[in-house]
Design a protein around this ligand. Structure first.
Ligand code: NAD
Length: 491
């Protein structure tokens, strides 16, 4: 099988690296592709940077109204090819058909918002800030920028950044996750149809060594990263030490608080979908469900009934509502964490560890697991599981629950279920998390809003999406002009 090509200088080219790793379908283990890997991918990064630098000079002179025209075309290409891209997402990441379509829709929303760049990047002018003096602030592109992305959203995450980067006049290099490179191959075949300067948008495959060369290359002015917290912290510290602007989103451990006044019928499916959607491999997946008050029986029973028969399988098959986890290592890591929880005192209400799917005997399948009595002072309650596992705990008061939320290492999302507006208001003001949901299971911001994140879930200042992305990909320039009024002079 041929190793995947990079897309550099507007062409599909072989990697300089002779090393490669395999990409497999997590449901069937069928070999899908081989992707370039290893230290020689640094040469590919250098080539991409050289051509990007030239292309960006030309592109930055194209008026912004013209620059966004390519985004309108890209949106329509996405829509025409949505089924093909969705199938690729399912095949390489394991998502269900609906989940794959859903994430592409989120990518398209970002393209739509970035079409507003002519307004979003507008500057400020104050005339006569002093006598005969006008002052203005304009936004200019940074130059060559890059993103490094995780496996769990093979299409969407690149689009938190790419449309904004190019609309504001930058060049952009994508390093997709080596676990799911095929979706970006499809998307770059659409990008190839756009009327862009050669080299403006490139894709370089690889792993850690490729990332290190991005961190070190002097041409790259800004890096957008999404992935696990230890890597996010590393990217942020190394990238900023090398003088780059960096936004680095990390992992999560998301709590959902359920108050006694919650409409259980309405909330159960929403909470279950938050925990088990995308097989729990979502940075906004609920992981710990905290019921407040003495009585949690109703929710517990309802959750159990809702999730026990979730249909696990290959995501493109009809009726499947949960796919496999990404790799066998991931499956082992998740089962090890369940065992850790049990050894720390948790009891198993629903055990999803032994799951067999006919015709997909080798798949990385787990079914929904519910753990009760999880020890608040031990490791599991603090560890990102990134799999279909719910920890169900109870607390006496909302204050205790908020203190629990705020004691966590991460701050990606916190949600509350209630029918009381005043309590909802208290929660949204006091909970230490960048994305808050009230009667929402997955508080994923629409493209108009920044994809926020606090504490170890984010390193940097400006987030992806919307106006934050416009600011991230531009630098401000302030101009002060003195124009003496020559018309008042006597000639
Ligand atoms: P990961 O950190 O293993 O990999 C992410 C990217 O970093 C990949 O492109 C990979 O090639 C690169 N990489 C991996 N190890 C590296 C290293 N040591 N040095 C340099 N680069 C390295 O993450 P993943 O397993 O692909 O994705 C899952 C993680 O991403 C979870 O922790 C999840 O919470 C997080 N995530 C966060 C968000 C968010 O918005 N906060 C969104 C999606 C996923």
């Amino acid at each position: 099988m041929e190793v995947l090509k990079n897309y550099i200088n507007g062409e599909w080219v072989k990697s300089s690296s002779k090393e490669s790793i395999e990409v497999v379908n997590p449901a069937s283990q069928a070999l899908l592709a081989k992707v370039p890997y290893g230290s020689s991918t640094a040469i590919d990064v250098t080539t991409a940077c050289e051509t990007a630098k030239i292309a960006q000079k030309e592109w930055s002179k194209v008026p912004v109204m013209k620059r966004v025209q390519v985004l309108y075309l890209l949106k329509s290409l996405f829509e025409t090819n949505i089924e093909d891209i969705a199938k690729t997402i399912t095949d390489e990441s394991g998502k269900t058909k609906d989940e794959s379509f859903g994430e592409i829709q989120r990518a398209i929303e970002n393209i739509e918002v970035a079409c507003g760049t002519p307004i979003l990047m507008a500057g400020d002018v104050i005339e006569d800030i002093a006598s005969g003096i006008d002052e203005m602030m304009i936004r200019q592109p940074l130059g060559v920028t890059a993103c490094i992305t995780p496996f769990n959203f093979p299409s969407m995450i690149v689009f938190w950044f790419l449309p904004y980067a190019i609309a504001t006049g930058n060049a952009f290099i994508v390093k997709p996750s080596e676990k799911v490179p095929l979706t970006m191959m499809k998307i770059f075949s659409l990008i190839d149809q756009l009327d862009l300067p050669k080299g403006l948008v490139s894709m370089v495959h690889g792993g850690k060594e490729t990332v290190d060369s991005i961190l070190e290359h002097p041409t790259i002015k800004a890096i957008s990263f999404v992935g696990s917290s230890p890597v996010a912290r590393y990217i942020y510290s190394k990238g900023t030490a090398n003088g780059k602007r960096v936004q680095a989103q990390g992992g999560a451990k998301n709590p959902v608080i359920v108050l006694p006044d919650t409409d259980i019928e309405m909330s159960t499916k929403i909470i279950a979908d938050s925990v088990y959607g995308c097989a729990g491999q979502r940075c906004l997946a609920a992981s710990t469900i905290v019921t407040v008050g003495d009585e949690n029986r109703n929710l517990k029973d309802a959750l159990y009934e809702t999730v026990k028969s979730r249909n696990v399988g290959y995501g493109w098959d009809k009726g499947v509502s949960m796919g496999p986890v990404i790799t066998s290592e991931s499956k082992n890591r998740i089962t090890d964490l369940i065992e850790l929880g049990i050894s720390e005192g948790a009891t198993v209400l629903l055990d999803g560890r032994k799951t067999e799917v006919s015709n997909y005997e080798k798949g990385n399948f787990l079914s929904p697991t519910i753990l009760e009595n999880v020890n608040l002072n031990k490791k599991l309650i603090k560890t990102e599981i990134f799999g279909p596992v719910m920890s169900l705990i109870s607390m006496k008061t909302i204050e205790e629950a908020i203190a629990f939320v705020n004691s966590g290492q991460y701050g990606n999302m916190a949600c509350l279920f209630t029918s009381n507006g005043a309590t909802a208001r208290k929660f949204r003001n006091e909970a230490d998390a960048g994305n808050i949901g009230i009667n929402i299971g997955v508080a994923a911001p629409m493209a108009q809003f920044p994809f926020s994140g606090w504490k170890d879930s984010f390193f940097g200042d400006l987030h992806g999406q919307g106006k934050h992305a416009i600011e991230f990909f531009t630098q401000t320039k302030v101009i002060i002009e003195r124009w003496p009024n020559i018309w008042s002079r006597k000639f």
